[in-house]
Design a protein around this ligand. Sequence first.
Ligand code: ACO
Length: 325
Amino acid sequence: MIYTKILGTGSYFPEKILTNKDLEKMVDTTDEWITTRTGIKERRISIDEPTSVLGMKAAEKAIEMAQIDKNEISGIIVATFTPDTVMPSTACVIQNLLGIQNNSFAFDLAAACTGFIYALSVADSMIKSGLVDNILVIGAERISPNVDWTDRNTCVLFGDGAGAVVLGKSEEPGFRSFHIHADGSANRLLTLDVLGSNFMANRKNMNIEENLLKMKGNEVFKIAVRAMAEATAKAVESSGLKYEEVDFFIPHQANLRIIDAAAKRINLTYDKVIVTLDKFGNTSSATIPTALDIAVRDGRIKRGANIVSAAFGGGLTWGSMLFTF
Ligand code: ACO
């Protein structure tokens, strides 16, 4: 039986830190409101590094840890809702930046904050079916240029960053369960309309500032709490493992209250939950791979650890997975 395993992890954040105190000077908000409502204290902002560069820097670290030649990578999938350009894909740009010259496939995948789990489920199927041997999966976002910095409802939430994993074949179990879902009927709850062809077709009458990232936070929150908790439980229950065999929970980092509800649903104590949103905010598709890489490199997550992950985002999309690292 062929399994897919994570051979290496990497993450990268831009240097500039934007704190809640900095935001107090920009919009009508307080450090206290942001901290108690979300758990976020600061986030990173890319001044001049595009999504592709953030992704490339995370990928270099993952390739180094995987100890494979970059030209052994048979494909690149980039989960992002903030690509450098609509065309070419950010995956193709990253292939070039990494200097991979083997004509490996490369494509972007759009599932907002659930993008990394969607991308891993696609890559896992490709490897298990025998189509290819190694795939580089990246979650990379430069969200800050797409944020309305006058809208306190959204601008306090997001940050820029990228995480990556190199996947390869294994005889030991790696990914044990995936669940991916969408509810398109709620697609207007979380939107980024600029540069889409609807926006471009009407661009003479359209205002960029009014079509930046928008979210009906409260409505999304209610759906997210339930969906994340249910998906997390489903990933464990269909993995063949028992609840007590789960070593870590790496949730999408949107809101600490959503994370707490999901962790409670599977009876996990807080020390087993990897939380990074205090330092990096919501980096969408990058939250799970960056949190994984941070916990691997600081020694918390070791080989053999059973990890459950869940995410929720625009679309609406949500999903979960359980894997043995
Ligand atoms: N500072 C101070 N007050 C604020 C701020 C702020 N930054 N933002 C909103 N408020 C105010 C609102 O205006 C409102 O005031 P009002 O009662 O006078 O109208 C009040 O605080 C409460 O607002 P709510 O939106 O009800 O606050 P809530 O507790 O729901 O928290 C939040 C908002 C943090 C956005 C939460 O709803 C949330 O986390 N939603 C889910 C986010 C999510 O999971 N998104 C999916 C992933 S993102 C992606 O896919 C790209």
